[in-house]
Ligand binder design. Structure first.
Ligand code: ATP
Ligand code: MG
Length: 763
């Protein structure tokens, strides 16, 4: 449980707020909500939902008439609902409190705790002093109460031009906290407010409006991001001095979500929109919720990311790999598979009869044949493959088609490249290949090992689609704050006007997910599809292709230096994986692994465990492109499954099977869920991946080996529950059966599961 939830539980126990939990999400409607806001939404609505009677208000913090619009309000509402949260009847606007706020200001004036300052903006700024020097009093600071009241009333009546006067709190111009040096409470603004029209010529400042709005709504826990830490003092001061009724709301700060390779600030996002670098707030490249939605990111993935990131006070950045992981992990079980060729190269199958057309079938969603029946793939003499799946001069480790070499057309045949045909310019225009008829259906006989598998479409039946390959919005993980546009990635979108997809893709509705095998997850654009036009946005690749391309990730620093120092001073920063290495030798190994493509966390895990490192080395030799996944699988999944006797169980693990497993997952042949089951089987029984997969038929999951696989996995994950069961808590059997049902998505036979679980738990 995070520190905020702990605090809320504590407050409930002590009865501080009489058992009430009221939070709020208070966006200013001056732009679209972004991924950073999602963290705050999940936190505020999440906490409210966890307590009976708890509630979370949606409050539009609309106190600036110049930048706010109802268009933004409506977009915000839509985005919050889409994320899966609901404010019910608790929709509020700070602008509805203008009258009440005005009266509170009068209370301060009466108490001599506020004054009208007629200095210019520059004078006020100058007199504030600095962190090291105290400020100086304004010459208007000692105006009599009556004069202040009169001036403020006339400000409200619209008698003065903008900038003529401001209302300030009267606290202490030498206060060590700069925020407390007579902060501005109101300024004059002759602008039309999107809700209040021209009713108000004065507008309250954030510090004044926020705490009082919280109090008026009887909020209990006012949660905000770290940059408001210094404002907490004025929050409390104002509530106390206007005489807000106790129990008063209290402000607590948490670290904002800061995602690599994007900017999360409405102001900066607005610049991108206005300068025309993107097509709008909901451009699929944008980190706005509307943009992410349009790109195909699901609300579930965003919520999962927020869960993964957690809530803490220590400032940290979120690696884009974590974001991608959350997205893939969610899409993997919902996006049906299809073939799509982005850059087609014609292949003529010379020994395949011209008139023949046959149809192969392939899983639409591995492991879920009920909801997603098999898809049909027509096949003919002329097919199209990805140009990049053929190489005349293959780089080391290339496993696809080469002159004279073989490759497997997924689900169809093994073919051999017999001849390369070129156009007048010398560019490869066509391959002439032979089909191995013995490999029909893509299943090679046992003695034939063909390593590379490529996707394809039949030329005669392919469906043209437009594809947008979306890449990072910025080239640097931390775009420089003072000049973030210098890091803009002009190649953040590459449009493929005419890619060719398998026939089943025809007629796809807008807003549909697909996994185009080997290419990534795609989403048919909700706005641009229609009238027979199909446009797909790439939501995310199947694995991180960026790191391989640019080596960018291995060079970057996890936290900017000044921030890191500040954090270390606060004692809040966690050690980086590299810092956790205990010797130069370990550090050297660590860096080597990262250079090879392993994530920092996985590299650290491998360095710490020589047996894991050894298996890793062997598996990597078989599947060098899969370095990152092999490392991640070993460190994240296998370690968890190894249980009490890691070395003995690891001995059974066949490195080739591990490599093949990682490959199957990368290529989307196995879902993560299935792969975990297979992993458990590999550790239990050893053997090849094919053998382990043989027991994996999630459509009829009555068979014992699959159930055992699932149960093994669950027992390894919950050793304390297994021990408790053995210690006499028979009721826990239900827990294990329930977990199996959950992981098999209801497909397991509960009776068989229960019997097997009882037997395994005894043994
Ligand atoms: P921006 O700078 O993007 O406009 P903001 O903080 O000014 O952000 P608001 O609309 O005032 O935007 O924010 C509403 C709420 O969302 C605030 O409580 C704020 O603390 C929170 N919030 C804003 N950005 C983040 C973030 N990156 N991570 C977590 N919470 C955030
Ligand atoms: Mg802001």
């Amino acid at each position: 449980m995070d520190f905020i939830r702990q605090m809320v539980s504590r407050d409930l126990k002590t009865g501080k707020y009489g058992g009430r939990v009221v939070t709020r999400f208070p966006p200013e409607p001056n732009g679209f909500l972004h991924i950073g806001h999602a963290k705050s939404i999940c936190l505020n609505f999440g906490i409210a939902g966890e307590h009976p009677g708890g509630r979370c208000h949606l409050r539009l913090d609309d106190t600036n008439p110049d930048t706010e619009k109802s268009e933004f309000v409506e977009a915000m509402k839509e985005d919050i609902r889409w994320l899966g949260f609901d404010w019910g009847e608790h929709l509020y606007h700070a602008s509805d409190y203008f009258e009440a706020l005005y009266r509170y200001a009068m209370v301060l004036l009466d108490k001599g705790l506020a004054y009208v300052d007629s200095s210019t903006e520059a004078e006020i700024r100058e007199r504030r002093g600095s962190v090291n020097t105290p400020g100086t009093d304004s010459p208007f600071r000692d105006r009599p109460v009556e004069e202040n009241r009169d001036l403020f009333r006339r400000m409200r009546a619209g008698e003065f031009a903008g900038g003529a006067h401001v209302l300030r709190a009267r606290i202490d111009m030498a206060h060590p906290n700069m925020v407390m040096r007579d902060p501005l409470l109101y300024r004059i603004r002759h602008s039309t407010h999107y809700r209040q029209g021209d009713e108000w010529p004065i507008y309250p400042m954030y510090d004044f409006a926020h705490c009082l709005s919280d109090s008026l709504e009887r909020v209990t826990h006012s949660l905000c991001t770290l940059e408001f830490e210094n404002n907490r003092e004025i929050y409390d001061w104002l509530l106390e001095h206007v005489g807000a009724p106790p129990p008063r709301p209290e402000q607590t700060e948490f670290a904002p979500l800061v995602l690599d390779y994007v900017v999360t600030s409405k102001r900066r996002l607005k610049q991108l929109v206005h300068a025309g670098h993107v097509r709008g707030w909901d451009d699929p490249r944008m980190p706005t919720l509307a943009g992410l939605r349009r790109r195909g990111v699901t609300p579930e993935a965003i919520r999962a990311l927020c869960d993964m990131v957690g809530v803490a006070r220590a400032q940290s950045r979120v690696d884009s790999g974590k974001f991608d992981y959350a997205v893939r992990n969610d899409l993997n079980h919902r996006a049906p598979r299809a073939f799509c060729v982005l850059d087609p190269l014609r292949v003529v199958l010379t020994n395949y009869p011209e008139e023949r057309e046959e149809t192969f079938t392939a899983p639409s969603l591995p492991g879920d044949p009920q909801r997603h029946p098999l898809r049909e793939l027509p096949f003919g003499r002329e097919i199209l493959i990805e140009r990049g799946d053929f190489a005349e001069n293959p780089p080391p480790g290339f496993r696809r088609l080469v002159p004279g070499g073989e490759a497997r057309l997924k689900y169809a045949y093994v073919i051999r490249c017999e001849e390369v045909v070129r156009d007048a310019g010398g560019r490869v225009s066509e391959l002439r290949c032979s089909v191995d008829h013995a490999t029909r259906g893509g299943v090679a006989p046992a003695d034939r090992r063909v390593r590379g598998a490529v996707h394809w479409v039949a030329a005669a039946r392919a469906v043209p689609v437009e594809v947008r390959l979306i890449d990072r919005l910025f080239r640097e993980p931390e775009p420089p704050p003072d000049d973030f546009m210098s890091a803009f990635n002009p190649k953040s979108e590459r449009i493929v006007p005419r890619a060719l997809a398998e026939p089943g893709v025809a007629g796809t509705k807008p807003g549909t997910h697909y996994q185009f095998e080997r290419l990534g997850y795609f989403f048919s654009d909700p706005a641009d599809c229609g009238d027979g036009r199909l446009v797909f946005n790439r939501t995310v690749t199947l694995r991180d292709s960026w790191a391989a391309r640019s080596g960018a990730d291995s060079q970057r620093r996890p936290v900017a230096a000044p921030e890191a120092k500040a954090e270390a001073a606060r004692g809040g920063r966690r050690q980086s994986p590299e810092e956790s290495m205990r010797s130069d030798e370990e550090r050297r190994r660590f860096r080597e692994l990262v250079a090879l493509g392993a994530s920092e966390a996985a590299a650290a895990g491998l360095v710490r465990s020589p047996p894991l490192l050894e298996v890793f080395g062997r598996a990597r030799r078989e599947y060098p492109e899969g370095t990152a996944s092999i490392a991640a699988w070993l460190v994240n999944e296998f370690t968890r499954l190894l249980g009490s006797d890691p070395e003995a169980r690891l001995e059974r693990l066949n490195a080739s099977a591990l490599a093949a497993l990682a490959r199957d997952v990368d290529e989307g042949d196995l879902s993560h869920r299935q792969a975990r089951t297979v992993a458990a089987t590999l550790l239990r029984r050893g053997g090849s991946l094919e053998e382990a997969k043989a027991g994996l038929d999630l459509s009829e999951i009555g068979d014992e080996s699959t159930l055992r696989g699932l149960l093994d996995e669950i027992l390894a994950e919950y050793p304390e529950k297994a021990a408790a069961y053995r210690g006499g808590q028979a009721g826990l059997l239900g827990f294990f059966v329930g977990e199996v049902m959950k992981r098999s998505r209801g497909k397991a036979d509960p009776r068989k599961t229960s019997r097997l679980a009882a037997a395994l738990l005894k043994g």
